[in-house]
Ligand binder design. Sequence first.
Ligand SMILES: [Zn+2]
Length: 554
Amino acid sequence: MTFLVAALTLLAAAAATPAPVVADRIFINGRVWTGDPARPRATALAVEGDALTAVGSDAEVRRLAGPRTETVDLKGRFVAPGFNDAHIHFLVIETVDLAQVWSVAEIQRRIRDYAAAHKEKPWVVGRGWFYGAFPGGLPHRRMLDEAVPDRPAFMTGYDGHTGWANSKALALAGITRDTPDPIGGAIVKDESGEPTGVLKEAAQRLVRRLVPEPTDDDRHQGLRRRLAQAASYGLTSVQNASFQAAELPVYERVLAEGGLKVRVYWAIPFLKDVPTADLARFKELRTKYTGPVIKFGAAKGMIDGVVESKTAAMFDEYVGGGGAGQLNWTDEDLFRTAALYDREGFQIFFHAIGDRAIDQALRAFEHAAKANGTSGRRHRIEHVEVPRLADLERFKALGVIASTQALFTNPDKNTLEVYAVNLGPERASRAMPFKSIDDAGVTQAFGSDSPVFSMETLTGIYAAATRTTPEGTPAGGWQPHERISVEAALRHFTVDAAYASFEERRKGTLGVGRLADFVVLSDDILVPPVERVLRTKVLLTVMGGRDTFRAPEF
Ligand SMILES: [Zn+2]
């Protein structure tokens, strides 16, 4: 008690006579959105080391300028807390990206361009193609031979279940008309019995095992490129839903070089009855990395699949046949394992898309809280695409975070012609229900799910606020009753994303003592019309007081 009184007295004294703090840099004459409801707007910031020492008016902040202080005139530009992508697969190795490509010619063009730019690579590897891009729903080795005639090539489908090899790759793997299907896999063959190059499930391994492992230098180069890209989008934090142990030393190396341009919160795997040795390793990571640059503490599990392939678990059947999807776990296994991670203090991320999967995830959290008497774990459901709206109350009651993806509402061909059709009108009307989630008082953190979708935060904000494509289609937006304001979307990419990794006291808002993570934009995105968001450019990204991106025009 005495200590507390002494501490409070000290604090009061500090408030009465401000210490003569001098700032490294001050930023003045801006339009600052702080994310803090107590003081939502300011015009200036002061940075000392990696933290903010003042956020206020130009006059207040100028007082901190000393002879060695650099003054940056923001010229009326908009400033927000650095963007935080709450669900990303921060892939380090750059391969051909075939996501969202809908014509064979365009797929071939991307592969050809990549191969031409990477002549040194013995294999051409890529990922992300959609079944619907190919006539009949599957690719053929001849299409890949046309793009890559000189080297083996292998492209994995967006869901990871199907691979596509060219003739050179098949030959290297020794796959011929006589090769039998391996256990748990299928070598697709045409009417004449020749392999088509499509390898399903475990058959992919016949080829994939031949692809050379990336070296540490490949990973190092890849990570540096990816970090530069993230910073150029205004990102200062990401929450990585994929953990690959081999990548951690590369992050360490880039960190030691002073080049780690985003903070990373990692999710380790959620394994059935997590074996003791794995658990020990996960806890070690959590003890060693507590932030604010690298942090562990979450575990990610998969409850179901996706709507496009009708593998997301629904209460009712999909439209056009194909069942109602399936759950990856029995209640018994899931509840026991969730209780184990919860007891060990891990935050759990459950990928759950269908209403039935979301219900099962919520029941697992309810069970864990009851079994362990725990609270405040901030467990999360990732994607939350098609919940029963009544279940949003359960999120609120349990303190479960809805970790959703802004760009999933972009009503492109995939959304309108596959996704919405599979769901049918009633379920489509409650798909990605961002507004309902907010109205229910649930904490909603936005992410991109890159590389499935782009990690450009501003594009995501636009999609959530309009539910139209950047071209403005469909007129009025897709399920427009679930649109949210630009400010709400911005909040989900900053304040709420910070809460989702237990870091709201360090970042997500701009205030004294917070990390100096912020982004300067060319326009005030909070001023209508909403189309302004699309025209807005990231001019400067600052992470921990250091510039991680600066546009040439700034
Ligand atoms: Zn994901």
